[in-house]
Structure formats: C-alpha cells, structure tokens
Design a protein around this ligand. Sequence first.
Ligand code: HEM
Length: 485
Amino acid sequence: MSPPETYHHNPHNDAHDGERELPLSLEDYAITRNGFLPEEAPLTRLPSIYYSPWESVMDTLSVSLTNRTLRSQVDQLPVLSTKLLAAEPEWRRAYLVLIFLAHAYIWGGDTASEILPPQLTLPLLTVSSHLHLPPVATYAGLNLWNFRTTSPSHDFTDLDHLHALHTFTGTEDESWFYMVSAAMEARGGEIISGMLRGREEEDMHDLQTTTQALREFVACIAALGGLLERMYERCRPGVYYHLIRPFLAGSSGMEGAGLPKGVFYDEGASGERCQGRKGQWRKYRGGSNGQSSLVQFLDAALGVEHGVVGAGNSNSKAGEKTDSNPKETSYHEEIRAYMPEPHRRFLRDVSARYPGGMRTLVGEILATSMPLETEKRALGEAFQTATQSLAGFRDKHMQIVARYIIIPSRHPAPLKEEGEKVMNNLATASSRLGGKVKGNGDGDKGEKGGQCEGTGELTGTGGTALVPFLKQSRDETVRAGVLFS
Ligand code: HEM
C-alpha cells in the first residue's frame, strides 16, 4: 500500500444535487481537482537545511552540466539520510532532486557514466521505494511534480503562467516541454469524475448523463489537442532532440550510448559485484510522456484497449484477445510501473469496475429494444465522436513526434562553435536501434541485439519502436469506436 496521502478535500468528488456519488473516492487515489497533478504546487526546496547540499547542486544544475563540473560536485556530496523527509510533498521533492541529479550524472559527460555513486543511489533507492516508483526519471518527477505557477488564481491549466522548477539545459524550450504536459494534466483532470459518473449511469431511461459526459470528453480532448499543439510555440524541435531528450534517456537498450549492461547502482564499499562494490546493474526505461496516467484513463474510460506492438493487433478488434504470447505485456500495461502507485491502482480499479469502459455500456444500451431511439442515437453519436476525437489527438501527437524526433534524427547536431558539437548528444545515438518493444526495466532481457547501427527503427526515450507503436495506438483507438461488426 502507498503511504498516507496529504491531499486536501477535493470538490470534484462531491456529488451535486441530483448527481450520483462516485463509487471510487478520488482522494484515495491521490487524484485532486487538478487530476493527477497535486492539489498544491510542488515544494520548490526541501524545508530542512540538512538537504541544502542537494539543493545547492540543483541551483546550478544546467551551468554545471555545461562546464562539466556536475559529476565532481556529486562525487563530493555527503551520503544523506532520508530520515528527515516527512510529508509526501517532501518525498516527491527528494525524488525529483535525485532523479535529476542521477540523469545529469549519467549523461552529463563526454561518455555516459555506467556507475551511479552511493551519494545518489542510497537515498534514491529509499525514496523511490517509498513512492513505489523506479529509481529513474519518470513523468511523475519530470512533469507532475516539477512546476510552479505565477497564475493569480493558481490555475494549473494556465500554460502561460506555468514554469518548470528544474531543467537540465536551462532553456525555455525544456521548461515549456514539461509544462505543456502539466497544463494538459490539469485540464484533463476536469473530466475524471464526470466520465466515472457517466459510466456508472444504469438508468436506461435517462441516457443524458452518459451522453453529456461523452460530450464533455470531446470538448476536453479538443482543449488537450490545443495545448499539445502549443508545444511548437516555445519548444524548438532541434533543441528538444539534440539537447533535452538525451538527458531523459533510460538505461535499457542503451548499448549504442555506452551502457551495454545498464547502470550500476553503487551502494557502497562492501560486496563484490562490481570492483568490490555492493550494488546492482539495472536497466530502466527513460522518462516519457507515455507514462501519463491521464491518457491511460481516457483510454480506460472509453474502452480503448492496447495490445502488444506488432503482435497482429492491427487487424484485431478492440476488446478481442490477440494471438500474441499471453506472457507478453503491452507497452501501456508495462509503463504503469513508472506511474505513482495510487494512479496505477486507480487505472487498475477503473478497468476492473468498468470492463470495456463506455464502449461496453453504450453497446449494451444500443442493443436494447427500448423505445428511446432519439436518445439512443444521440448517445451512439456522442460515443463515436469521443473515440474519433481521441484518435485525432493521437494523430496530432504523431505529427509532433515527426517534427521533434523523426525529422531532427536525420540531421546532425548543430555546431555551437566551429568544430564543437552541442554538448551531450550521447543518447541521441540510441534513437536508432533495432528491435520491437525495447527495454522494460530492471533486468530486462528483451534486447534483440539492438546495437546502434544507424539503420534500425527509431525508438522513443521509453524504448519503443516508434512509428509502428504510435500508429497501432491510434488504430486501436479508432477501432474502439466500432461497436457492432
Ligand atoms: C515534443 C513533444 C513530444 C514528443 C517528442 C513525444 C514523443 C513520444 C514518443 C517517442 C513516444 C513513444 C513512447 C516512448 O518513447 O516512451 C510517445 C508516446 C506517448 N506520448 Fe508523447 N511526446 C511528446 C509530447 C507528449 C505530450 C505533451 C503528451 C501528453 C501527456 C504525450 C503523451 C504520450 C502518450 C500517452 C504516449 C503513449 C502512446 C499513446 O498512448 O498513444 N506526449 N511520445
């Protein structure tokens, strides 16, 4: 079980006059009026002065990366205990600090560091175990818990007033990259309770709640698509691809970037596993927006089901079992291990309580012989529009991926000064690896000899074969809209 949360009362959970109470209490899942974002903006520093050595390194992170002093600063840090971390926001702040320092340490040199020192690993292992997250950069640390707002009304959907607390590069581009997702999470959070209530509707003679929930879903997806497309405003594709993205890379599938065994998490002097050091070689996926619980909630709410990439799923219908090996898990299933535990539990409970989501409910209602043809037609249309809008959102996302990854991957990193490549494009090399779905975390054995040859398929920071995967996710969304065939 997760540690007790300190979330405040959530007005979105309240049933208004005539509304059914939600069967799942959103507070139990650390879901707030801002959706999967916290109720309040995250801590900007750890309150105890004991942690000032960490915070001081964070204060100058991007500068230290540029002048290559970050690793020596980390090496000189004391090994700090986690005993002074109290409330959950402090644990999240500690996690954010440690994952930023860990990725800066691994990727912030001329070659990747295969070893993470105990100054980082010892507290990081404790903090990530407390939060039930892997000890690596995740969407939670980079996006959900890494923002402040200058909005007078503390409106987290107000993208123009959101700012990342930390970036690797010190660029506006990187802050914007994280903040677009943060604003989307806040906007998307507004429909969580409505969708659950709409799915809960069992009164066949009043279909309006469900139809209305689907219409609000469509409006929400339009807003999310609008925010997504604002990525172009302040995040330049070349800066993203050559400067930002390399820092987000994980340790799985990184042979081409100098991490054939992953990363050794050095836990101190005793032991014998690596040059007399205690510790473990570990492989994790990198940080990715694909770890957003919101998008997986939208899928679960509608009834979109994702299969294993390339396992014959492109011809299967939503909800059908495929021929793939039952032991294989889909990317979407696997990536849940990288989400905060309460959010992961929420997705599991939503799918268990409402198998097939709206798709099942709408299918059942349309199949009945009740004389409410107009309402039934409106409901069916609202459902079709909802699935189309989510598929359209995925199309927009694919265009972003083309602009930010596929096109820049064909061009070398620009020169900063004559003869000098922009720093840190180590993991960019790993963008072209062979293999299907790559890298599923600790001890991953799934590599298909994916060396960096420059000829393989493009992979995401999360390690997926990019284009087929994204197309399949979009097609699965379209198919969920087909109710009868
Ligand atoms: C410059 C902007 C972006 C780029 C380059 C990008 C890139 C990618 C890549 C490479 C993947 C493949 C999986 C992986 O590598 O982990 C992916 C998946 C995904 N991304 Fe993005 N992404 C961007 C913005 C966003 C934003 C803002 C969101 C919203 C939360 C988002 C949501 C997703 C989701 C949900 C997936 C999983 C596939 C799916 O369900 O359709 N992405 N993205």
